[in-house]
Ligand binder design. Sequence first.
Ligand code: BGC
Length: 383
Amino acid sequence: MKNLNIVVLLIVCVVFIISNFECSNKENLTMKIEKQAFGKIENGTIVNLYTLTNANGMKVKITNYGGIVTSIYVPDRQGHFDDVVLGYDDLEGYLKVTPYFGCIVGRYGNRIAKGIFNLNDKTYTLATNNGPNHLHGGIKGFDKVLWTAKEIKGKEKVGLELTYLSKDGEEGYPGNLSVKVIYTLTNDNALKIDYEATTDQPTICNLTNHSYFNLKDAGATPILEHELMLDADYLTPVDSTLIPTGELRSVAGTPFDFKILTKIGARINADDEQIKYGMGYDHNLVLNGKAGELRIAGKLFESTTGRIVEVWTTEPGIQLYSGNFLDGSITGKNGTVYKYRHGVCLETQHYPDSPNQPNFPSTVLNPGEKYQTTTVYKFLVEK
Ligand code: BGC
């Protein structure tokens, strides 16, 4: 009897070892990261494009210029893979003009009123590059700098680590800010973005990714039929220059109530002051749940393809931007013309103008502290 037990145990062990070996072999065969030249910046430095592929064939392309996610290929209901984000085929496009396609935004994502903020009794003046306000880090934000890239290969994941040192005074911000952004593609079709930063002087920091999604056709048609859910009971209403008034307003009964899946186009032209100021949706929603903990923030669904992207984040807010400034003047990947509202951004972040809003969660980063946030875009298909 005892011998029989030992034999059974041995067989179980052998089967376990073989199946694990096969699994890891499959992983090694299919999960990969490849690098190719993407173009050159003005000083002649070569910029690369990294293609991350997971075991299901999902692909994410990222360049170390601006940390831009240039493409995300995910399956539809039939298992057909298509790109679902807007952007350019080559670096040239991004160098010429871009409404922040797919990039890392920083040092401060979103707006700072009049480009001015106070920190420890000192006033800092930043570029006013969006009407009277500062937007997305200024003239040359993190979307327009070259990041140092390191490939990451792990069990069940491939990734790209990007680092950048933003010098004290760059774009008017105080302190040397050492930034690390890690993009990870996992075998459950999730693109995870981990943001980290440390500083040697008190400063402000608010990083995000600015991907424009169109789950149907990567920007060939409007996103108005896409359905959106946002787990947010409040929004931060804005003035006519899109600076928050400081109020947290309930979304109940307004076009900003996305608590259940609702077509983006359903109320986008509503007779509503906030909608008029944003020319559609261009607003920060206050996410429910505890900031600092990874929880679901929202879900975007496209019914003809069955594609879904879930957004998970540790951030307190999300900027819903319905591509209101796309006007057909940009021709992107595969000759696609990006017209009015052909892409939607779901930018996880702190609330706009937080440095000037004492009641908003703080975006101050002090020496000795670590800025650390995570956002996950998880791709699924409705069968
Ligand atoms: C802003 C928009 C802006 C866009 C830039 C968004 O994050 O909220 O107002 O036009 O970025 O393309």
